[in-house]
Design a protein around this ligand. Structure first.
Ligand code: B3K
Ligand code: ZN
Length: 879
């Protein structure tokens, strides 16, 4: 018998909500055994709605204790109660509904709604968690004013928080106390939050440009409060940046952040009360790496920026998710670029896009930035919605320019502040503010798939003209066989034989523009651009700054690439040329067998290392070969072991060919004794030093292993210690175990460091990595209930260790399927996320296809499979 699973929701079926809730009062009585939630909703029928329209409230996984309408108790029969909500057939135009529900947050392992993490109560309501707290029209276009009273035992839960401002508090005789919070801004239910616990607080203040003083508070468990200084500094930088870049100020008197150890995602932008995964708040030099410091700043910024892009203007429905997420990721990218190296930031953004979004767009879960349907909305918090969504926003910025973009954003806020709107509304604001037609641009929201941009060129010495012929196409994706041409910015420069950018004058223009590069607007399937006054054949630098989320096809020779790697004035394309040089070689080796490292590549890397004008962080990126995930995407049929072997061979040959340079670079950087600072400069130098150490350890000599062990033992910060540990954990001998044991013994009381310990082992290149990971599932520090632990061990192995995950015996697939099944009963959202690597089964050889498919089918046969996992797995198997 096949089980019943939820049916899809379609974007086109949107209807305005028949009833609105102008305000509500909530009262939570929190307790260890059961929690009671009383809500009083002030409900109005919307204009134009039929008076016979029933009232529907979503609700699940809780017990309804009482229900009354305008003070009159309702009995079963007055309303209809189902597993997903309740309906009342006939209601007045305006009325008050009172509801009491009983919850057991201590048993909530899904971490959605109200749950317990460690000793504290906390909530996660996006997207549809509020309906696990009380019955409510839990949809983002119902915006209400909330007053929330939290009651709990004063000794165990001295801190009681919710959205907005605290307005009243008091004590009861029985040891309990209460605090009442009022949020003056109408908000959708997904932004509701509550926290109760015994928490320490770091407090600070911030004065906005207009002179308002805002109290800033970061709450953590007591032992962690000393790790919150960086988060606080990041918050202040975010607030300042949003004022300077967008003229946007914070709007409440208090901004709170709470760090919790059990959290499904990174963080949540609840109005005035952000709840964060500890991973994105806590940072101290001895327990957090430079990357952690950067991530904390980025995520603090991201959630803060949501206050305007997401909270003040929110989404009409969940199909519009990218309206807030794409825009906020883009703002976060701008912020991080402004705080550090813009070039390195862009490289990392594109790396995420290519490693995660491109494969998604090429697989069975491919969907447009604004999806047309979903079964489980939690499955659509994807790289497409977030990262491709951010690229779409970036393209407006590139096409309209900084000032034009800002005009569009200003108009968007002017029109829609306080509203729940759509991606079309954002596009209309951009178009109207700039008086341009963006109707073709809207295809970026509706068409899935990564477009291919084919560029060919010709040079005519007689007329001194140079022509670029550009054609675009987009592969079919599920449900979309034909695609229309996209409107996109192609930023180009033409590099002369000295490495300088040529003045760019298109045929028909009176003079060259005074810029090194220009944005060509692509709208047609085929288009040509003729540049005049070009004295010699130039080398094109195409798609500078990665101006559109496409795959570029231009027949660069190795010589062209080496030249651009040495000279391109656009740092992104400079990096890109080096990556392409290496990936062309690695793909050739994977297909035809590993050969000898070509001298020009060795020379190019050597010159990059010696380049005085480049900063360390950029050099570190430039000399690192493309990831195995990126290489895999370039292959018709992915050969994970072949890719791994080629990449390792390249590293090995670079290590040997430049052994002296690595050593002197390492020694020079390691002798720097300046105190640790997690700033761009310090982090870049550490990164370069550790890349050099990585090459040195490819030499596989005993002395290099000793060097690693020394760095591991003597490191004064987590960045250096972890980098050395990761290299040691890759080695086959016993030293790996010695180091891993020392590390665990030292850090076992720091959960976030233990996560790193799991991750390093999950990503180890050792041949027995899977056996070790399987054994670690039984380790006392591992918990299937904790999403960070799952991501660190299972997620990292299956997503970031392709050579071991795709072992020919299929054991990696079986391991993953076993764990998806085990986790599905605990936390379906996280279980579904783990399934991504199996969903790509069609990209592999027939034997692997068979093995992966069998595991997917086994998952599908599991009794009581969640909608979350069911959606991913059944779509993966569909034809
Ligand atoms: N908006 C949240 C994500 C919620 C995910 C729900 N499954 C975090 C963020 O993007 O800022
Ligand atoms: Zn977000």
């Amino acid at each position: 018998m096949t089980e019943q699973h939820a049916t899809p929701v379609h974007r086109h079926e949107y209807q305005v909500p028949p009833y609105r809730v102008d305000s509500l009062e909530l009262e939570f009585s929190l307790d260890e055994e059961e929690t009671l939630v009383k809500s009083r909703l002030h409900i109005c029928r919307n204009d134009g709605i039929n008076p016979h329209e029933p009232l529907h409230l979503f609700g699940e996984s809780m017990e309804l204790l009482e229900l009354s309408l305008d003070g009159k108790a309702l009995r079963l029969g007055d309303y209809l109660l189902k597993s997903d909500g309740l309906s009342i057939a006939l209601v007045p135009a305006q009325f008050t509904l009172e509801i009491t529900t009983r919850l057991q947050p201590q048993l909530n392992t899904q971490l959605e709604g109200l749950y317990k993490s460690g000793g504290m109560f906390c909530t996660q309501c996006e997207a549809e968690g509020f309906r696990r707290i009380t019955y409510f029209p839990d949809r983002p276009d119902v915006m209400s004013r909330y007053t929330t009273t939290v009651i709990a035992d004063k000794a165990r839960y001295p801190v009681l928080l919710s959205n907005g401002n605290p307005v009243e508090r008091g004590d009861y005789d029985d040891g309990r106390h209460w605090v009442r919070w009022e949020d003056p801004f109408p908000k959708p239910s997904y932004l509701f939050a509550l926290v109760a616990g015994d928490l320490a607080c770091r407090r600070d203040t911030y004065v906005t440009t207009s002179g308002r003083e805002v109290t800033l508070e970061i709450y953590t468990e007591h032992e962690n409060i000393d790790k919150t200084a960086h988060a606080m500094a990041s918050l202040k930088r975010s607030m300042r940046w949003d004022e300077e870049a967008y003229g946007l100020e914070y709007d409440l008197d208090i901004y709170m952040i709470v760090a919790v150890g059990d959290f499904n995602m990174g963080a949540m932008e609840n109005k005035g009360l952000n709840i964060f995964n500890t991973q994105y708040v806590l940072a101290s030099p001895d327990t957090a790496t430079d990357t952690d410091f950067e991530n904390v700043e980025a995520v603090i910024g991201h959630e803060y920026f949501h206050n305007w892009t997401g909270n003040r203007v929110t989404c009409r429905d969940w199909f519009q998710l990218s309206l807030k997420e794409g825009l906020t990721v883009f703002r976060e990218q701008q912020f991080s670029a402004a705080m550090g190296s813009a070039a390195v930031k862009r490289i990392n953004d594109v790396r995420i896009l290519r490693n995660h979004q491109f494969p998604e767009d090429a697989g069975p879960m491919a969907h447009p930035v604004r999806p047309d349907s979903y079964i489980e909305i939690n499955n659509f918090y994807t790289a497409t919605v977030y990262n491709k969504g951010a690229e779409v926003i970036r393209m407006y910025h590139t096409l309209l320019g900084e000032a034009g973009f800002r005009r569009g954003v200003d108009l968007y806020f002017q029109r829609h502040d306080g509203q729940a709107v759509t991606c079309d509304d954002f596009l209309a604001a951009m178009a109207d503010a700039n008086n341009v037609d963006l109707s073709q641009f809207s295809l970026w929201y509706s068409q899935a798939g990564t477009p291919k941009l084919r560029v060919r060129d010709e040079y005519d010495p007689a007329t001194q003209t140079y022509t670029l012929h550009v054609s675009q196409s987009c592969p079919p994706t599920p449900g979309q066989s034909e695609k229309k041409p996209f409107h996109l910015p192609l930023t180009v420069g033409l590099v002369d034989t000295d490495g300088k950018d040529l003045p760019l004058q298109l045929d028909g223009e009176s003079h060259a523009l005074d810029t090194a590069h220009r944005v060509l607007e692509i709208r047609e399937a085929e288009q040509s651009f003729r540049f005049v006054n070009i004295p010699k054949r130039p080398r094109p630098s195409l798609l500078r700054g990665f101006s559109a989320p496409v795959e570029l096809d231009y027949p660069y020779t190795a010589e062209d690439l080496a030249f651009l790697f040495a000279h391109d004035s656009d740092p992104f394309n400079r990096w890109e040329a080096g990556q392409r040089l290496m990936s062309d070689l690695l793909l050739e080796w994977t297909a035809k067998g590993i050969g000898k490292l070509p001298q020009p590549l060795l020379k190019a890397i050597q010159e990059t290392l010696a380049h005085k004008a480049l900063d360390a962080a950029f050099i570190a990126e430039a000399i690192t070969p493309p990831t195995e995930a990126y290489l895999a995407e370039q292959m018709q049929t992915i050969d994970p072991l072949g890719i791994h072997a080629s990449r390792e061979a390249l590293r090995q040959q670079l290590a040997q060919g430049l052994a002296k340079q690595w050593l002197s670079l390492y020694q020079e950087l390691a002798s720097d004794n300046t105190a640790y600072r997690p700033d761009g400069d310090g982090a870049g130098k550490r990164r370069l030093k550790n890349v050099a150490l990585g090459y040195l350890s490819c030499l596989h000599s005993e002395s290099e292993q000793t060097r690693c062990l020394e760095q591991f033992r003597q490191a004064t910060n987590m960045t250096d210690q972890l980098a050395a540990l990761a290299l040691l954990a890759d080695t086959e001998g016993e030293v790996a175990d010695v180091a891993l044991r020392e590390f665990y013994e030292r850090w076992q009381r720091e959960p976030l460091v233990v996560d790193k310990w799991f991750r390093v082992q999950a990503m180890s290149k050792r041949s027995d990595a899977l056996d070790r990971v399987v054994a670690l599932i039984e380790h006392p520090a591992f918990e299937l209930r904790n999403p960070n632990k799952v991501r660190a061990l299972i997620g990292a192995f299956c997503q970031a260790n392709p050579a071991r995950f795709h072992a020919p015996d299929g054991q990696g697939y079986r391991f993953l399927a076993d764990n998806i099944i085990a986790l599905d009963g605990i936390n379906p959202q996280i279980a579904a996320r783990l399934a991504a690597p199996l969903s790509r089964w069609r990209r592999y050889d027939s034997k692997r296809q068979e093995q992966m498919k069998l595991e997917l089918e086994r998952i599908l046969k599991t009794q009581k499979l969640s909608n979350d996992v069911h959606e991913i797995v059944s779509k993966s198997l569909a034809n």
